[in-house]
Design a protein around this ligand. Sequence first.
Ligand code: THU
Length: 129
Amino acid sequence: MTRQELCQAAVHMMERAYAPYSRFPVGAALECADGTVFTGCNVENAAYGDTICAERTAICKAVSEGHRDFVRIAIAGKGDDFCVPCGTCRQVMQEFAPDMEIICLNGAGESRTFSLRELLPFGFDSRRL
Ligand code: THU
């Protein structure tokens, strides 16, 4: 899948978001080393803190299907700013793919790309246990 196709998949997933509380739909498309792509959307809950972000939905889908080797993820939101992952999602990414690329899109379809190391310097993982 090309970078553009991955971004389009993330944008498409915004339609699946369950976000009645924030009204901020987010879509994600996660690419594995073998080219497999897993998608996700945010899934909110009336107990707000139980919300699951789009990135973690995609990562949990991948891990539960036997994939752990992630190369990049595209994240789409509808705001003016690029939709960067929250701290919890950064930490979950760190567990599996500290070198992954993170493509963040805004509502206009523009993107900015980061490495996880940029977004989560000195991330905690099993080597520090
Ligand atoms: N959200 C995500 O799904 N991913 C992000 O990267 C940022 C935030 C969701 C959580 C919540 O449903 C809504 O966006 C507003 O915070």
